[in-house]
Design a protein around this ligand. Structure first.
Ligand SMILES: Cc1ncc(COP(=O)(O)O)c(C=O)c1O
Length: 376
């Protein structure tokens, strides 16, 4: 009787927990025993360690990556009367956060090789914003799948037009460009610690990083009712705090993040080798950058058939993302697009396929995926 090989999920946050279980359990116990559960020593410790690891002056923990983006915009003074340019090929959170801040999103198409904002179209929109929209005051560059947006082109554009650059680093913890970590290049950077992220909590979590001390102070107040001192709201804030248990867990994850990202890189190289010489191209890496493979994404016009073939071999896949934000029912017909009308975005949404990618994939799992994709 033949045995059916165990299935390989596309993402597996539980495996991440089990890989670090001893350290995580001890950290959770420490947080529980402390008797202090919100904005205490674990949160402050994580913020300091994360800022030092990133190479930036300040990190402010918050409830999740969506809030991080909305708070960052608010901290920069961007809200009603402002437009914010970003992409439609992203987690809906990026666009939702712009509206949470009271601003108007303008969605720019992607460069299809890297799936990140097209600087040429961005330049056109900064020079001539779509009719009827308020002026563009910020750009959210999403570093999608673990690779950098083209900041070498975008930074000078933002400087020339007096527009703030917000980096959406929800998928790019540890990635670099020109030797610097993503999240240190714009005015402010936003991170998600959703459990499947390269640095994941075991619940929700987020952080905002900036070199600007005054901005960090405003953000620390905005995340907690606008308090600069207890019970006194100097600004209208929200409640979006990183709790002590998640902060303690994140401190463990941070200590292992570089090694775990390196393992993702090894897995990506093996997938590349399996595809070499075939008709499916491996994902592009931006020259001068280190990609951290939050996702390993292929382009396949016959995606459904490929997914079925892999599923039959017990290999899970994902699609990030099947429906661009501008086509989703909540946004369709009312969200502004740049002149390219997101055509490359729509093509990508129809063809992208994410392979299993997490550090705990065993060499045997990786070999199975390689054999399967080599014969697609
Ligand atoms: C690119 C991007 N931006 C923002 C977010 C929002 O993060 P969260 O789910 O923690 O709110 C995510 C995560 O889903 C994301 O992938």
């Amino acid at each position: 009787m033949s045995t059916v090989a165990a299935s390989i999920p596309q993402a597996n946050p539980g495996a991440g927990y089990h890989a670090l279980k001893g350290e995580i359990d001890a950290a959770v116990a420490r947080a529980l025993e402390s008797g202090w559960y919100i904005l205490g020593a674990e949160g402050r410790g994580f913020e300091a360690e994360f800022a030092a690891w990133l190479g930036v002056g300040h990190a402010v923990g918050c409830g999740n990556g969506t809030d991080a983006l909305a708070l960052a915009l608010r901290g920069l003074g961007i809200g009603p009367g402002c437009s914010v340019a970003t992409v439609s090929h992203t987690a809906v959170a990026t666009v939702a956060a712009i509206e949470m801040a009271g601003a108007v999103p303008v969605l720019i198409d992607i460069d299809p090789a890297h799936y990140t904002i097209d600087p040429a179209e961005l330049e056109a929109v900064l020079a001539h914003p779509p009719a009827g929209l308020p002026p563009v005051r910020a750009v959210i560059a999403v570093h999608l799948y673990g690779g950098a947006a083209d900041l070498d082109a975008i930074l000078p554009l933002c400087a020339r037009h007096g527009v703030a650059l917000v980096e959406d680093c929800a998928q790019a913890h540890g990635a670099t460009l020109g030797g610097r970590r993503l999240g240190t290049l714009g005015e402010v950077a936003c991170f998600s610690f959703y459990p499947t992220k390269n640095l994941g909590a075991l619940g929700d979590g987020g952080a905002i990083a900036t070199g600007d001390a005054a901005l960090a102070e405003r953000l620390a107040a905005l995340r907690q009712y606008g308090w600069h001192r207890h019970y006194v709201s100097d600004a209208v804030g929200v409640n979006s705090r990183l709790d002590e248990i998640q902060a303690a867990i994140l401190r463990v994850g941070l200590a292992h993040l570089d090694a775990r990202n390196a393992r993702r890189g090894v897995i990506a190289s093996r997938y590349d080798a399996a595809l070499a010489g075939g008709r499916i191209a491996p994902p592009a890496r931006r020259p001068g950058g280190v990609h951290v493979f939050h996702q390993y994404v292929l382009r396949l016009p016959e995606r459904a058939a490929a997914q079925a073939t892999l599923r039959a071999q017990g290999i899970g896949t994902g699609v990030h993302y099947p429906m661009p934000v501008h086509l989703q029912p909540a946004y369709r017909g009312r969200v502004a697009l740049g002149p390219a009308a997101c055509r490359a975005t729509e093509r990508a949404a129809a063809e992208v396929l994410s392979l299993p990618m997490y550090p705990e994939l065993s060499d045997a799992d990786v070999a199975r995926v390689c054999a399967a994709i080599g014969s697609l």
